[in-house]
Design a protein around this ligand. Structure first.
Ligand code: FAD
Length: 754
């Protein structure tokens, strides 16, 4: 094939047209940008402008032969594409003109197209048969700025804490012996307690700074040291200390909070039993008031009624024991009682038996164990009596009359722990992503036979698609957990219930995300990801259980869904259900039935990148699932099925609603936050991350959206293409993005990350 000689005016646009037409997503807005550049380009003759415009018709794309001429003109030039240039494609075009002609001035209109279309070298470098000089990363964004945005108002606390972790005691090591490992972790916890970090969430009078939000932030950062340390820290200060703080009254605070916060008094949180885990209300341990001695007798009545999996069981001198409180022969429901376990020489007290739970899948630095109580007597004042008390006259009193409400109020005070577990899961995911991405920016595998150097893993579109949306989601979930902790700390009255519903859903969503992310990172690192030294293996074992403790995810999601339905709960159980449905119908019906066919087929970039579209899609899914769920429950109730059974019949629907609701909530919280970022460059980056997260989430559930007719097949396909495109657009910035997580270098011990 003869190559065609293009005039310089045309020639300079050829690389651009070649790239644009190779990307089958050419949209009306992209064409408008190019047309504008052509209009403003004084270097063009009228005829040249006309020719170039004729190549912009979506209905009549340039002929294949023209396309081949473009390609040949480019490859014959042997011009190098230098990715690290500020405007690589503009510079490439300029050099192409220089190859064929003497003069080749810089053309500002080309730069205009390159920046406004956001064309990145990794979109097109594979298209040219030319040598590409790769840049591993771009420094367009600044990791410190991103880290600063994520740290928010806790910047000072977090920075000080990260420096604190530099001391040798926190150096990560491989431990294969659980007893030695537990001692190392115990010493670390004591050091943290001694340095004031354990008490952070307590009031000043007890050595703290009343800073639960700061506590959650440092909790996440502990994951960069070790998962076992994080969880033991959480058990000692969050669960044991937190139960005294939230369920106890001043006398308990004065006696125990300070030593608990300093880790002088080691404690555990004994709720779960072998026989009862998720169903806390069904626990069998009894706490019977004996009016004769004014003591409470703690007892394990039968086989499988022992406490199990209790963290700190082997090191603790005291336990917060959850038991059925029996006063004057009446069961007043589950309450918490402080029970000493060991004497000052660490010997078990009479009537108490403890056994080690042994080796676990992960978290082997935490001493989980089983505990039995045989008629163990403690003074009446050991009852943590904020919500239910035994008075001096031996009668029971609570200001919350409804036992159901009392139970949920007590458990609700521990919701902060759920947020912290999600935070820790997120910390694990961020760590794994940082290791995997840094590795992918160093590791090379395969090339075509022309190139000497093999390609970086990170330059494979599949690798970009595997990891980049997960990085975007880490940013989203970080902000979400910050916001939800803020809401939890300030919620009062009715708002408390709403926050609890939200936390139940978000904890599930984020700990599942953390697990799948860590697994993806393990695989993305190949064999190296399997080695303990690279940390991902331990993270996988440690974070796994986050889906189960502090509330099993499947159980929590149902709680979240029921929370969504809660406003209609009483009506579900009564004859007035029809009116509820009517209400739901008027709220939901119009919006649900009126999906315009043109909307379901809309595939242009503006629409797909518009947060209004994402919000609408998530909201539509939540509303439709709520509405159809309500209809199904109504049908059951109409048939006379009792409400417990009716809910069982729609259980999988409830789970779908729980997920949909939490996904919508997460996106909305993040989206609102992005509007508050003052700096425009970083704001648009955060918005782009939100867009990638949203489109990725919609794609994940494309099956449902297609079933409902909310998306047409072409729109679903366009979303997939946009996800891939966003991943490649973010490719040059991915190292900076994981740098923005702010994981201190002294914690980043994985050899493959260097
Ligand atoms: C390492 C570790 C540390 C722990 N630390 C502590 C601690 O310090 N203190 C403490 O009190 N507890 C602790 N736990 C216990 C933990 O909180 C429980 O394991 C958890 O609450 C789940 O209870 P379970 O194991 O009995 O599982 P189950 O409740 O038996 O659940 C088993 C499975 O059944 C499913 N399931 C249960 N109910 C339903 C339902 N209604 N609908 C649908 N599916 C359902 C669940 O999704 C789950 O998949 C710890 C556990 C571990 C493993």
């Amino acid at each position: 094939m003869e190559s065609k000689n293009y005039a310089p005016g045309i020639l300079q646009y050829i690389p651009f047209f070649y790239v644009i037409w190779s990307d089958d997503l050419l949209s009306a807005s992209e064409i408008a940008i190019i047309k504008k550049a052509l209009e403003n380009d004084d270097s063009l003759l009228d005829q040249q402008r006309k020719t170039l415009k004729s190549w912009l018709k979506r209905t009549a794309p340039p002929a294949d032969l023209e396309f081949k001429h473009w390609k040949r003109t480019i490859s014959r030039s042997k011009v190098k594409l230098i990715e690290s240039e500020t405007y690589p494609l503009t510079a490439f075009s300029q050099k192409l003109v220089c190859h064929y002609y003497e003069e080749c001035p810089f053309n500002a209109q080309l730069k205009y197209i390159e920046t406004n279309l956001g064309i990145q070298p990794n979109h097109y470098n594979h298209l040219f048969d030319v040598e590409v000089v790769h840049a591993r990363t771009s420094n367009y964004y600044d990791a410190n700025e991103l880290d600063h945005i994520l740290k928010g108002k806790h910047a000072e606390t977090i920075d000080t804490f990260r420096s604190f972790l530099e001391q040798p005691s926190f150096k990560w090591k491989i431990h294969r012996n659980k007893d030695q490992f537990r001692n190392v972790v115990l010493d670390q916890v004591k050091l943290l307690g001694d340095s004031g970090y354990g008490a952070m969430a307590f009031q000043e009078a007890y050595g703290g700074s009343d800073d639960m939000e700061g506590y959650a932030a440092i909790f996440e950062n502990l994951m960069y040291v070790d998962g076992s340390l994080t969880i033991k820290f959480g058990v000692q200060f969050g669960l044991f200390g937190g139960s005294i703080q939230k369920l106890g009254t001043k006398e308990h605070h004065d006696l125990y909070l300070k030593p608990a916060g300093e880790a002088q008094l080691l404690g555990c949180f004994a709720m779960t039993e072998t026989g009862h885990g998720s169903n806390v209300r069904g626990i069998k341990t009894t706490a019977t008031h004996d009016p004769a001695t004014d003591e409470i007798i703690i007892h394990t009545p039968g086989k499988n009624d022992n406490k199990e999996y209790i963290g700190n069981a082997l090191h603790a001198t005291m336990a917060t024991v959850f038991a059925q409180l029996i006063v004057n022969g009446k069961n007043e429901g589950v309450h918490a009682i402080l029970v000493p376990l060991r004497d000052k020489d660490h010997r078990l007290l009479a009537g108490i038996h403890v056994e080690d739970n042994g080796y676990k899948l992960g978290l082997n630095g935490v001493d989980n164990g089983k505990i039995w109580f045989d008629q163990v007597r403690v003074p009446r004042k050991n009852l943590l009596n904020k919500y239910g008390n035994i008075l001096d006259d031996g009668t029971y009193h609570s200001h919350i009359k409804n036992p159901n409400k009392r139970f949920f109020t007590m458990l609700g005070t521990l919701v902060g722990g759920r947020i912290c577990v999600a935070r820790a899961g997120l910390g694990g995911a961020k760590f794994a992503l940082t290791v995997a991405i840094r590795h992918a920016l160093r590791r090379r595998q395969f090339n075509d036979s022309i190139k000497i150097q093999e390609d970086l893993l990170m330059d494979y579109p599949s690798h970009q698609l595997r990891l980049t949306p997960l990085v975007a989601s880490a940013y989203v979930y970080h902000i979400v957990l910050e916001k939800i902790m803020g809401a939890y700390c300030t919620a009062e009255g009715e708002d408390t219930r709403e926050v609890e519903t939200q936390v139940a859903g978000l904890k599930s969503l984020i700990t599942w995300y953390a697990n799948s992310t860590i697994q993806e990172c393990r695989e993305a690192c190949g064999g190296k990801g399997y080695l303990l030294e690279n940390r991902i293996a331990d993270l996988r074992g440690d974070v796994d259980i986050f889906t189960t403790f502090e509330g099993d995810n499947t159980v929590l999601l149902q709680l979240a869904a029921k929370g969504v339905l809660a406003d209609f709960k009483t009506e579900f159980n009564s004859a007035g259900f029809a009116s509820v449905l009517k209400l739901l119908g008027t709220q939901l019906g119009d919006r649900l039935s009126a999906i315009n066919p043109a909307y379901t087929r809309k595939t242009d970039a503006e629409h797909l990148y518009d947060s209004k579209f994402h919000k609408h899609a998530f909201n539509y899914r939540t509303r439709r699932l709520t509405y159809t769920l309500a209809l199904r429950i109504r049908d059951q109730i109409k048939k006379g099925v009792p409400s417990y059974q009716a809910f069982l019949k729609v259980q999988t629907h409830l789970l779908a609603l729980g997920k949909a609701y939490s996904t919508e909530l997460a996106y909305n919280l993040f989206s609102e936050f992005t509007m508050t970022i003052a700096d425009e460059k970083n704001r648009s980056l955060f918005q782009k991350l939100g867009t990638l997260h949203a489109l990725y989430e919609i794609r994940k559930d494309a099956e449902w959206f297609l079933e409902q007719g909310y998306l047409s097949g072409t729109k679903s396909k366009a979303i997939r293409q946009r996800v891939e495109r966003l991943c490649t657009e973010l490719r040059p910035h991915v190292e900076i993005l994981v740098g923005g997580f702010g994981i201190p270098e002294h914690c980043m011990t994985a050899p493959i990350a260097f």
